[in-house]
Design a protein around this ligand. Structure first.
Ligand code: 3MF
Ligand code: MG
Ligand code: MG
Length: 498
């Protein structure tokens, strides 16, 4: 039995039973490292043919009737060895990484991510780092799992108490860059295809420095590491993980929108912009401020800012980061919309669980049940997305909600789009051709289907869609109800590709 010592924890590494690796065609190996979620066709000039696809109404995306292909799953290695301690209470359990990995493997979580500090102490020599990396590789060989992300812990060491990349002190900023660059080597050896930057200490309590300058230092420090990694030949992607607050009271670039804007400003080069994205954590990192994950995710997808993994867990709204198991404490409807957005956008990245059992779970069985819940809940969401896609009532409601396209409106949007060099005369003419009659007539449009849509989604999420269909009897969606009630139960999701 090999033993990996960590500053606070001890990971016992034992040999596990061999288990065949589950490979996903698009995500296995180190070849394809980033999956473009969706690209919006661009207009270059007015002579370009009218490109209808560019104005594809959202309905087209949400009307995707294809089967739902289950997303590949990963987990933070730090979650598996969580001791259940909190600021007020000591450790309640001592799980081993080996057991955690086995529980995840059995639940078909095929990948795992690590911080540098999860594997070796901050001041470890290159020899020790190599040795620890070898131990982890052997362990993963035994369980048949692969490393997805590597990340530098720039928040636990007391040297980062004033921030890391964003610290007002250059000595600290230097230390952060050195630590980040060291991680690049471990990431390569472990085969990690993505490097995460979570700026836990990148924030302030008393505004000791210019906040704009702090964001600049944060981004330039991370950029130094990213450019170094690229110079070293690292082929993977990089993601920033925004979090609204905690452990700092005020975090820099703390939402998906703020971080997306910072990425565009500090990574202007097309080659880097294509590799520097965001890995949001839903619902935790946004719901803890009462924000809605689906609203943020929709925009990140639209702006092509979602990286190759999305962190996932459970979170009661407006509370400190809970990192509950998925399904605990939050809104199943919001979780459904997160899952649906990813699938509708054709996302093929990983769902990485970044959460842990409650402190009340202190036995050695805690991790096993927890891992099963993570997978079962996500798969259940995917099943509901599949039910949604083929639900006749949803289809009938959507037809009303979205109405019919207006060709003249599409024309206006095409000739006013970014990059379209249309002359003023054409623009004015196109606007004048809009078949608008009056605000009173626009107000007369029937939008009752919107609330009914909310009811139907709620039924699908709660699993009462079959009996709930009767509620639509006698409404203009009754025909759809009959079709739903008659439909036999069948498999709606594809098998995970092996
Ligand atoms: C904190 C987090 C972090 C990051 C991790 C990845 C400890 O709320 O979510 O987990 O995910 O540091 O870099
Ligand atoms: Mg988190
Ligand atoms: Mg996280």
């Amino acid at each position: 039995m090999a033993v990996l010592y960590h500053t606070e924890q001890r990971f016992a590494l034992t040999k596990g039973l061999f288990w065949g690796t589950v490979r996903f065609p698009l995500v296995g190996g180190s070849g394809v490292l980033f999956y473009k979620v969706r690209s919006l066709p661009r207009f270059s000039c007015c002579s370009a043919p009218f490109h209808k696809e560019a104005f594809m109404p959202k309905l087209r995306r949400s009307q995707n009737r294809s089967k739902v292909v289950p997303l590949p799953l990963s987990i933070g290695g730090w979650c598996l060895v969580n001791l259940g301690q909190d600021p007020f209470g000591d450790a309640v359990r001592a799980p081993t990484l080996t057991d955690g990995l086995r529980s995840c493997r059995d639940a078909v979580i095929t990948h795992v991510s690590f911080h540098d500090r999860d594997l070796y102490p901050d001041d470890a020599t290159p020899e020790i780092i190599d040795e620890k990396v070898d131990q982890v590789l052997r362990l993963l060989e035994n369980t048949g799992q692969q490393v997805l992300c590597f990340t530098t812990n720039l928040f636990s060491n007391p040297c980062f108490r004033s921030g890391a990349f964003s610290s007002p002190r250059p000595e600290v900023r230097q230390a952060a860059i050195v630590k980040g660059c060291r991680s690049v080597h471990a990431a390569r050896r472990l085969g990690a295809t993505n490097i995460i930057f979570w700026g836990g200490r990148e924030g302030t309590e008393v505004f000791e420095q210019d906040c704009g300058e702090a964001v600049r230092n944060y981004m330039l420090g991370a950029r130094a590491v990213i450019v170094y990694a690229t110079a070293q030949g690292y082929q993977g992607t990089f993601t920033f993980e925004p979090k609204v607050y905690e452990p700092r009271f005020h975090s820099y670039a703390a939402t998906g929108a703020a971080m997306g804007s910072a990425i565009r400003e500090f990574f202007p080069e097309a080659e880097l912009a294509a590799r520097v994205k965001i890995n949001p954590e839903y619902p935790q990192h946004v719901a803890m401020l009462g924000l809605n994950p689906a609203i943020e995710l929709g925009q990140l997808i639209e702006e092509d800012l979602v990286g190759p993994c999305v962190h996932f867990g459970g979170q009661p709204p407006c509370r400190m980061d809970a990192d509950f198991a998925p399904g605990l404490g939050g809104s199943p409807t919001d979780d459904f919309h997160v899952c649906k957005l990813l699938h509708d956008a054709g996302y093929r990245g990983f769902v990485e669980f970044d959460c842990r059992p409650l402190r009340t779970s202190a036995s050695e069985h805690a991790m096993q049940l927890f891992a099963r819940q993570c997978v079962a809940y996500w798969r259940q969401l995917e099943h509901k997305v599949a039910l949604f896609r083929r639900d006749p009532i949803i289809r009938a409601l959507q037809a009303e909600i979205f109405g019919q396209p207006i060709a003249q409106l599409d024309d206006v949007l095409a000739i006013t789009a970014a990059g379209a060099e249309t002359d003023s005369h054409d623009i004015i003419g196109a606007v004048n051709r809009l078949p608008f009659s009056s605000f009173a007539e626009t107000a007369a449009i029937d939008t009752d289907a919107i609330e009914a849509f909310g009811y139907r989604v709620q039924q699908i999420v709660c699993g009462t869609h079959r009996e709930g269909a009767a509620m639509f009897h006698g409404t203009r969606w009754a025909a759809a109800h009959t079709a739903t009630a008659a439909k036999p139960v069948e498999s709606v999701t594809e098998e995970a590709s092996n």
